[in-house]
Ligand binder design. Structure first.
Ligand code: PMP
Length: 361
């Protein structure tokens, strides 16, 4: 393992304080007359406002430890949005230049945010291959730039490890502090890092827990790639099954209609002030479906991957037509409380031990 310089170590230390160890929200709701509580990690509270900060920080940390990236090197990534914003910000914080290839249909807010962090942006049209084309172009640029680092989020196991070492343990400890054990976990699949990593940790500690990937019902790539279509849940459902996803390790796939996800995200903001993104609406509905199977006392956990700010120019702010298959119209959100950040996974205790040591000298 390569030893990190004091400067880089200090930068990682600063970042660790503002990425990860998010509160766990306990959201009270009623569905078709049954009152229940489900749990969601508030990932919008990360540094740039999404769960991808965890992955960016962990991948870069591991890359430094492996000697795969040098200070000041160019970081090149293909991304559908949040990943680029995370690498742009975390990369800059560590002193890197960042170049992002992305499909040209991403939201204007997302592109502007990337620009705000000083990233170079390369839009790739559907005609040039969209997501897959972005990956190919990122590989080409990295190959022709000496020392460039490619995080390769779709194939890099450090992506899953970020969630196996952090998000999963946080959920375990936060529930445990309240005498609870998870029965089911569900998360929309973009790269699949979240569902695979959290799933591995929770299964190792709770053998009976079920782990469910979620996809848009109108683009069910995981269950039937022939029915891949357009959908409006940014951040999930790529045009391929990411190599780090192993469906054999997971339980059944949950499908949510994109219009229903929009209605649910709107409802969380309007009824209790939780301004979350569209994939959070989808994850909430996925959790509601699993709750239906498990019964009212089931402990179902999910994540709210990001907030609503990047989607203000999308259908999230439109009047979404209600269709007969939608669940949101039968659902009332009453309120939420939040379970504190988990001390077992933060370095507070480490600092306290050091402080106590210094005092006793
Ligand atoms: N929701 C949003 C908004 C995202 O940006 C992402 C990441 N692409 C996800 C969900 C899915 O996370 P993962 O890549 O870990 O599967």
């Amino acid at each position: 393992m390569t030893r990190l310089s004091a400067d880089i170590e200090a930068r990682f230390h600063g970042l660790r304080r503002i990425i990860g160890n998010t509160p766990l929200l306990a959201v009270d709701y009623s569905f078709r007359g049954c009152r229940r509580r489900l749990f969601a990690k508030s990932e919008n509270l990360n540094m740039t406002g999404s769960l991808k900060d965890r992955m960016a920080l962990h991948i870069l940390r591991r890359a430094y430890e492996k000697g795969a990236i040098q200070p000041g090197a160019l970081i090149v990534e293909a991304t559908s949005g949040n990943t680029g914003i995370s690498f742009a910000a975390v990369g800059r914080a560590l002193g890197h230049r960042v170049s992002i290839f992305m499909p040209d249909w991403m939201s204007r807010e997302q592109v502007r945010l990337l620009r705000a962090f000083g990233a170079e942006i390369h839009p790739v049209s559907a005609g040039d291959g969209g997501s897959l084309g972005s990956i190919a172009r990122a590989e080409e640029l990295a190959a022709s730039t000496p020392g460039a680092f490619l995080p390769r989020q779709f194939t890099n196991l450090d992506n899953c490890e970020a969630h196996e070492e952090q998000t999963g343990p946080e959920i375990h400890w936060q529930l445990g502090a309240h005498g609870l054990r998870p029965d089911a976990f569900v998360a929309g699949v973009g790269t699949g890092g979240t569902v695979m990593g959290v799933g591995r940790y929770l299964r190792a500690h709770h053998p009976d827990v079920t782990i469910h990937p979620l996809e848009p019902a109108n683009s069910p790539m995981l269950s039937d790639s022939r029915r891949m279509g357009r959908h409006r849940i940014p951040g999930i459902a790529e045009e391929f099954i990411p190599p780090i996803v192993s469906l054999a390790e997971l339980d059944d796939i949950v499908a949510v209609d994109d219009g229903d996800a929009i209605l649910m995200a709107q409802k969380l903001a309007r009824s209790v002030g939780l301004g979350v993104g569209i994939s959070a609406g989808a994850n909430f509905l996925g959790a509601v479906m699993l709750h239906d199977r498990l019964g009212d006392d089931g402990v179902v956990v999910t994540v709210f991957p990001d907030d609503n700010k990047k989607y203000l120019g999308t259908d999230l702010l439109h009047d979404e037509p209600v269709r007969p298959e939608h669940l949101t119209p039968y659902l009332t959100v009453h309120g939420f409380t939040s379970f504190n950040r988990a001390c077992q996974v933060c370095d507070q205790s480490e600092d306290l031990v050091k402080m106590a040591g210094a005092l006793s000298v």
